[in-house]
Design a protein around this ligand. Structure first.
Ligand SMILES: NC(=O)c1ccc[n+]([C@@H]2O[C@H](COP(=O)([O-])OP(=O)(O)OC[C@H]3O[C@@H](n4cnc5c(N)ncnc54)[C@H](OP(=O)(O)O)[C@@H]3O)[C@@H](O)[C@H]2O)c1
Length: 255
């Protein structure tokens, strides 16, 4: 399928590794020019070089913490009017509700609700003016089905989901779409880190998680990125305000 994205521009946040990186690579394969962000400048530069090498795409880097005004300014000064915005940031730490302090809640809300909203606010007017915009928020399966140890994530991401549900319907008439992708388990550094906190050795834990999934495996970030590209396609202007769960069928429901 031709997604008709050649010569479009995208700002992909938190994209030096994992799901963000996979989205950047998949968009680059469609001929999209990119700005990618990440805190570790060295890793970010290596990722940009790798993606450019694999795809020939133009790719610029904005090192910085996307959850800070300075990090967002660094990205937006390179590309103030992207056609595509992929919102992403690190997830909050796991823990027990009783141990979550106000600071931890504020940090989670900032990273996983207020930061994506700030990025959307910054790019929305230009998308509306040019009658094209595709915004994809990487959230989590925890929005649909809470994960007991990830209370900070459950809460902050549900807030973002609620906020954009209304906004998506307000901007759709300008051919600007806002949708959320809800990852289940995908094999990234984050998943490995979370999986290594339990009683079982990492590889055993990963094997158990894979076996418990209806597909019998953990997701490949490239599969996640394929869905992101689909939502960004020129032809996807009628997909508005949706929450697409990509979890191998782990969430058990009939519809
Ligand atoms: N993988 C899964 O199975 C899964 C499932 C559900 C939800 N999620 C969520 O999806 C998101 C991406 O997860 P992932 O698995 O791809 O994580 P990952 O493999 O750890 O990659 C995270 C990427 O984001 C960058 N990053 C993190 N915090 C940042 C910040 N404040 N500013 C700029 N860049 C930042 C990291 O680079 P630097 O460290 O250099 O900044 C890295 O490039 C997270 O919010 C995670 O909670 C993932």
């Amino acid at each position: 399928m031709d997604y008709a994205l050649a010569n479009r521009t995208a700002l992909v946040c938190a994209a030096s590794k994992g799901l963000g990186r996979a989205c950047a690579l998949a968009l680059a394969r469609e001929g999209v020019s990119l700005v990618i962000t990440g805190r570790n400048a060295e890793t970010l530069a290596a990722t940009a070089a790798d993606i450019a090498n694999k795809t020939g795409a133009t790719i610029r880097i904005a090192p910085g913490d996307i959850t800070t005004p300075a990090g967002r300014d660094a990205a937006l000064s390179l590309l103030p009017d992207p056609d595509i915005l992929i919102n992403n940031a690190g997830g909050p730490p796991p823990g027990a509700f009783a141990d979550f302090t106000d600071d931890m809640w504020e940090s989670a809300l900032n990273a996983n609700m207020l930061t994506p909203l700030a990025m959307i606010r910054a790019v929305l007017d230009s998308m509306i003016a040019k009658k094209f915009g595709r915004i994809v928020n990487i959230t989590s399966a925890s929005v649909k089905s809470p994960i007991a140890t990830l209370g900070l994530s459950n809460g902050a991401r549900a807030g973002l989901t609620g906020a954009v549900a209304g906004l998506a319907r307000q901007v759709a008439r300008h051919n600007v779409t806002i949708n959320n992708l809800l990852p289940g388990p995908f094999l990234t550094d984050r998943l490995r880190a979370n999986a290594s906190t339990g009683a079982r050795p990492l590889e055993e834990e990963l094997a158990a998680r894979a076996a418990a999934n209806p597909t019998g495996r953990i997701g490949d970030p490239e599969e996640f990125a394929a869905a992101a590209v689909f939502l960004c396609a020129t032809q996807s202007g009628y997909i508005v305000g949706q929450n697409l769960l990509i979890d191998g069928g782990a969430f058990n429901s009939t519809i």
